[in-house]
Design a protein around this ligand. Structure first.
Ligand SMILES: Cc1cc2nc3c(=O)[nH]c(=O)nc-3n(C[C@H](O)[C@H](O)[C@H](O)COP(=O)(O)OP(=O)(O)OC[C@H]3O[C@@H](n4cnc5c(N)ncnc54)[C@H](O)[C@@H]3O)c2cc1C
Length: 292
C-alpha cells in the first residue's frame, strides 16, 4: 500500500492510526486487541513508529510483521538518528521483504540514554535520510511537518524551507505534528504552498487522554494549548480519567469536524495505543456523514 497513491486516487478523506510498538510481552496482547478494535473502523492505513537510535528496531519490526500478517495496510517508520547507513539499509531491506511499500522518514531525537553513541556516518536531518533512501529504493515516502514550528527550528520560515527540501528529496506526503488550534494548521498549509510545497499535508490529531500526558507531550512536541482549553484542562486536574477522556473526545471531535468541513485531505490519529477515544471520535464523524 502506497500512501501517496491513496491521496492521488480518492476524493474522501484518508484516515490513519498511529501506534508505537508494545514495550514487552505483557503489553503485547493488549496492544493487538487495540489494533483489532481500531481496524474495525476501516482506516485507510495504520502506522508503526520507530525509536530513534534503533531503540525499538526489533519491536517495531515484529509489530509491523504481525500487522501485515493480519492483512492490515501498514506504514513503517524509520527514525534515522544515530544509525549507520548500513543499519538503515538493513532495517529497510527487512521492511521491503515484508511487503512494506511506504516508509515514513523522520530524523528522531537523541535517545535519553547516556550510553548511546551516534554512528559517525549517521545523518543529521530527515532530508538527508530521504535523499539516501530515494537513491536506493522505490518506497513511497512520507515526512513530518510542524504547524507551530519544530522545537529546534530557527524560525517557522526556515522550518518550511527544510520541509521543501524533504519534498525535493522524495517525500510524497506530510503528516503534521498535532495542534489544538486549526488556524495554525491552515496558516501553515498556506505558507507551505507559497513556498512550493505541493504534496498533501495531513493534520495530526492527538485526543487529550490525561492532563499529565497532555502537558508533558505539548512541552516536548512544541504544540500549544489555546487559553480556553488550558483553563478547561486545569479545572480537571483532579478529575477522574473518564471525565478527562470525555473532554478529549469532545474537543477532538469538534476539531476534526472543522478540519473536514474546511476540506483537509485526511486525518492522522495519534492513538497512543488506546482505542476508546479514537473509536468514539471516528464513529461520531461517520454518523454525521463527514467520514465514510
Ligand atoms: C507524525 C510524526 C511522527 C513521528 N514519529 C516518530 C518516530 O516514529 N520516532 C521518533 O523517534 N520520532 C518521531 N517523531 C518525532 C521526530 O523525530 C522529532 O520531531 C524530531 O525532532 C525531528 O524529526 P524530523 O524528521 O522532523 O527532523 P528534520 O526534518 O531533520 O528537522 C529537525 C530540525 O532540524 C532543522 N533542519 C532540518 N533540515 C535542516 C538542514 N538541512 N539544516 C539545518 N537545520 C535543518 C529543522 O528546522 C528542525 O528544527 C515524529 C514526529 C511526527 C510529527
Amino acid at each position: 500500500m502506497r500512501v501517496g497513491n491513496l491521496y492521488g486516487n480518492r476524493t474522501e478523506p484518508i484516515v490513519s492510526f498511529e501506534f508505537f510498538p508494545p514495550r514487552d510481552d505483557k503489553g503485547e496482547a493488549g496492544f493487538y486487541t487495540v489494533v483489532d478494535e481500531l481496524a474495525t473502523l476501516g482506516p485507510d492505513y495504520m502506522s508503526m513508529t520507530f525509536g530513534a537510535g534503533g531503540s525499538t528496531r526489533e519491536g517495531s519490526y515484529q509489530a509491523v510483521k504481525k500487522m501485515m500478517a493480519k492483512g492490515l495496510p501498514t506504514v513503517a517508520y524509520l527514525a534515522g538518528f544515530g544509525l549507520a547507513p548500513a543499519e538503515i539499509i538493513e532495517v529497510l531491506d527487512r521492511y521491503k521483504a515484508l511487503g512494506i511499500e511506504t516508509i515514513f522518514v523522520i530524523r528522531g531525537d537523541e535517545p535519553r540514554n547516556d550510553d548511546f553513541k551516534p554512528h559517525g556516518d549517521s545523518y543529521s536531518y530527515a532530508s538527508d535520510l530521504l535523499g539516501f533512501i530515494s537513491d536506493r529504493y522505490d518506497f513511497d515516502l512520507g515526512c513530518a511537518g510542524y504547524p507551530e514550528g519544530h522545537v529546534q527550528a530557527d524560525s517557522l520560515e526556515k522550518d518550511i524551507e527544510y520541509l521543501k527540501l524533504k519534498q525535493d528529496r522524495g517525500a510524497g506526503y506530510v503528516v503534521a505534528q498535532y495542534f489544538y488550534d486549526n488556524d495554525y494548521f491552515f496558516s501553515y498549509v498556506d505558507r507551505c504552498r507559497t513556498s512550493g510545497i505541493t504534496v498533501p499535508i495531513i493534520p495530526g490529531i492527538m485526543p487529550i487522554y490525561t492532563v499529565k500526558l497532555t502537558n508533558m507531550l505539548c512541552k516536548l512536541c512544541g504544540s500549544s494549548l489555546p487559553t480556553g482549553l488550558k483553563e478547561r484542562l486545569d479545572s480537571l486536574a483532579s478529575a477522574d480519567a473518564k471525565t478527562v477522556a470525555a473532554l478529549g473526545v469532545e474537543v477532538a471531535f469538534e476539531q476534526c469536524k472543522d478540519l473536514l468541513v474546511r476540506g483537509v485531505d485526511g486525518l492522522h490519529f495519534y492513538t497512543m495505543n488506546r482505542s476508546g477515544s479514537v473509536t468514539r471520535i471516528v464513529q461520531g464523524l461517520k454518523k454525521q456523514g463527514l467520514l465514510k
